[in-house]
Design a binder for this molecule. Sequence first.
Ligand code: FAD
Length: 247
Amino acid sequence: MVNVDALNTLARRLSPGAMITDPDLLQSYRQDWSFDPAAGTPIAVVRASTTADVQETLRFANSNNVPVIPRGAGTSVVGGSTAVDGAITLSLERMKSIRVDVSSRTAIVEPGAITNDVKAVAAREGLYYPPDPSSYEICSIGGNAATNAGGPCCIKYGVTSDYILGMTVVLPDGSVAELGGKRIKDTPGLALTKLFVGSEGTLGVITELTLRLIPQPPTPHTLVAFFPLMADAVAAARDITSSIRPS
Ligand SMILES: Cc1cc2nc3c(=O)[nH]c(=O)nc-3n(C[C@H](O)[C@H](O)[C@H](O)COP(=O)(O)OP(=O)(O)OC[C@H]3O[C@@H](n4cnc5c(N)ncnc54)[C@H](O)[C@@H]3O)c2cc1C
């Protein structure tokens, strides 16, 4: 267990107000949406504002042998961001910037941006960010990348990994790796960007993402049809999907 002096040293290296150690405030970072009654209590929560904050935290944790739980919006239903006793919870909730580059149809986003906000900023430019986990109004884009989130439209559009072109990650020793980039054909070497998508914070902490956007699709229409026999319904579904792919 690290002592208070060591934590204070870390706090001084971080952006002002980044570290929380108040026991009452720590409570709100114990559980995620799995609501595990056995959730631990972190020794501290670091609310990073910059990649440098994340680097300082991971360097400190690495040299003091302290586990780190990265946390986006805490909507994991499987305990992914549940706190562990004696660990530091590293929250990305303050890193929320979203920039859209219309000419390359990409967005550069920080991990704490809420997915719905990413969609809204893209839509203002006539562009579309398709991945739609049902939690899109409350989850973060960094959490989506870390879990490779997908939603009801994934049959038509794919899942989060299909829209991540690149990322900045901080590795456990505090070093920074830049993976991928804006180009779709950015493929030399190992597919490290794909490796990090879905790795749930076990390989490093994502501090920036480059997302692929597509043109806004036309307004969707919903069709309801009734069939006397199941076989007729299956045949109709096969006919329709042989020429178009509904979402
Ligand atoms: C009502 C509801 C509906 C849902 N529907 C869906 C759905 O349709 N599809 C689906 O896939 N999921 C769904 N989920 C689960 C959840 O919303 C997703 O897994 C989402 O991607 C998590 O995002 P988050 O920001 O809340 O991440 P968190 O819960 O905070 O973290 C999730 C995991 O990612 C890691 N992590 C978070 N941020 C980073 C980062 N920056 N760098 C590295 N690791 C990080 C955490 O350590 C943890 O392991 C749903 C959840 C709820 C509550």
